[in-house]
Design a protein around this ligand. Sequence first.
Ligand SMILES: Cc1cc2nc3c(=O)[nH]c(=O)nc-3n(C[C@H](O)[C@H](O)[C@H](O)COP(=O)(O)OP(=O)(O)OC[C@H]3O[C@@H](n4cnc5c(N)ncnc54)[C@H](O)[C@@H]3O)c2cc1C
Ligand SMILES: NC(=O)c1ccc[n+]([C@@H]2O[C@H](COP(=O)([O-])OP(=O)(O)OC[C@H]3O[C@@H](n4cnc5c(N)ncnc54)[C@H](O)[C@@H]3O)[C@@H](O)[C@H]2O)c1
Length: 474
Amino acid sequence: MDSYDVLVIGSGPAGVAAALRAADQGARTALVTRGAFGGMAANDGPVPVRTLAHAARLLREARQLGRYGIVTSEPVVDYPQLLDRVRQVVDEVRRRSAYRAQIDAAGVTVRDNAGMLRFVAPQVVESAGGTRLTARHFILCTGGVARRLAVPGGELAATHSDAWSLTAVPESMLVIGAGATGAQVASIFHAFGTRVQLFQTGPRILPTEDEAVSAAMAQAFRDAGIVVHEGLGAVESFEQAAGGIRMRYSRGQAHESAEAALAVLAVGWRADTADLGLDAAGVELDARGFVRVDAQLRTSQPHIYAAGDVTGRLMLVPQALHDGFVAATNALGGSMAADYSVSPVGSFTDPEYAQVGLTETRARAKHDCLVTVVPFDATTRTIIDGRTTGFCKLIVDRPSGQILGCHIVGERAVDIVQAAAIAMAGAMPVDRLAFLPISFPTYPGVLARAAASATRELRLGTDARSARMEHYPP
Ligand SMILES: Cc1cc2nc3c(=O)[nH]c(=O)nc-3n(C[C@H](O)[C@H](O)[C@H](O)COP(=O)(O)OP(=O)(O)OC[C@H]3O[C@@H](n4cnc5c(N)ncnc54)[C@H](O)[C@@H]3O)c2cc1C
Ligand SMILES: NC(=O)c1ccc[n+]([C@@H]2O[C@H](COP(=O)([O-])OP(=O)(O)OC[C@H]3O[C@@H](n4cnc5c(N)ncnc54)[C@H](O)[C@@H]3O)[C@@H](O)[C@H]2O)c1
C-alpha cells in the first residue's frame, strides 16, 4: 500500500492548490482524482462555459459591425464546430494553465482518471480498481454536482453539462433557476438563437445580487427577448411532449405548464460526497450536506481537511484556490484562517453583472452610507463602443470614506469590479481611488467616475480636484 504525508482527493482548483502547497512544504504528496486533471472548473464549468460565453460575445460584437460601417452577412453558429473549439480550449487549459507543470515540477504524484476514491478506514482510501493508499493527512477537494429536482420526470431535464453532447443549438429551452449558472445558460443560448424561458422561485432573478442588479438584468433579458418568469411556485413534473419536454409548475394558486425542446436545471450545487465513504472516515456533514469545516478548514477528523465547493462556502475558483492553500498549510502544522472578506463575484452574461462587498440593503442596515450610481451611457468608452446599457453603483461609508460595496451591470462588469475589490482589500478610501489617473478611455472609467462623484459629494480632498475628476473622467 503506497503511503504519503498528504493525500489530496480531487484535482479541481482546490486540489491543485492544496497539492502544490503541501509539496512546497516538503511533504510527500499525492493528488488523486476520479476524472481528468483540472476538475469541474477546467473540464465542465467555468472554462468551457466561458468559451461558449465568448462565442456569444463574438456574435454580439459581429451584430454591431453594420453600425460601424462594416458590411457582412448575419453570423450563424455552427454548434459542432463551436464544441470543437471548446474541446481545444479545455485541452489547452489543462495542459498549460491548470498548474499542471508546477505540480509535476514540485514532485507531486498525480493519478488522474483513477475512478472514485472512497475511505475504507480513517487513514485508508481505496480506488475503484481496488488500489489502497494511506496517508498521515487527507485533503478533500471533491467539489460538487448539479442539484436535481425530485419530481416526476425529473430525470428528463438536462443540466449545463449536457451542452457538450448537443449536436445543434436547440430551438427552444426552459432554464429552471436563475442564479449564476441559469442566467449564463439562458444568456448564451439566447445569443445562439434559442427561444429561452427562464424560471426563478422567489421574487427576483439573481437573488444574491444587489436588488438594482437583479432588476436591471431582468429588464435587459426581457428587452433582448428572453421570457423571464419570476415568482415561480414549485416545479411539479416534467414529461415528454411532441416538441421535446413539458414542465408543469405552480404559481400562486395557479397550475401552469411550459414546453420546449430542452429543459435545463440550474437549481443549485450540492457536495459530491455520496460515494466517498465519509462514515468510514468519521467525517461529518453539515445540515446542507456539505463537509463541515472550521475556520482553518479542518473537518471533524483532525487529520482530514476539506477545501473548495465540497465545503459549500463561496463556490468560486479563486476561493477554491485559497482554500486549498489554507488547508495544506494547516494540515502541515500551520494555523491560517480562510479569509473571504473581499470576494468579487460576477458572470459572463449579456450584459455582464458583477459585485464586491455589501449590497445597498445590507450596507444601509449597518452604515451611514452614500450611494452613487453612474449610468453606462454617461462615460466615454461605453459610448465609443456602443455599450451604453448598465450602471456602476458605488457604496461608501460616509464617516470613513471606505468603499463598502460596488455593483455593476454592463459591458466588462466583471473586469471593472476587480479594481473596486483591490481598492477595498487595500482599504483605499474613495478619494484615493478617485485621484488615481485611470487610463482614458477605458471601462474602469465608470468606476473612477463613481468614485469622483462620491468624493465630491463627501467633500473629501480638494473641491477643485474632485470636481475636475468628476467632469473629465476616463
Ligand atoms: C456552469 C458553471 C460555471 C462556473 N463559472 C465560474 C466562473 O466563471 N468563475 C468562478 O470563479 N467559478 C465558477 N464556477 C464555480 C467553480 O467551477 C467552482 O467553484 C470550482 O470548480 C470549485 O473547485 P473545486 O476544486 O472545489 O472542485 P471541482 O472543480 O468540482 O473539482 C473536484 C474534483 O474532484 C473529483 N472527485 C470528486 N469525487 C471524487 C472521488 N470520490 N474520488 C476522486 N476524485 C473525486 C472530481 O472528478 C473533480 O475532478 C462555475 C460553476 C459552474 C457549475
Ligand atoms: N461566476 C460565475 O460565472 C459562475 C457561474 C456558475 C456558477 N457559479 C457558482 O457556482 C455555484 C452554483 O451556482 P448555481 O447558479 O448553479 O446555483 P445557485 O444556488 O447559485 O442558484 C440556483 C438558483 O435556482 C433557484 N432555484 C432553486 N430551486 C428552484 C426551483 N425549484 N425552481 C426555480 N428556481 C429554483 C435559486 O433561488 C437560485 O436563484 C454558485 O456559488 C455560483 O457562484 C459561478
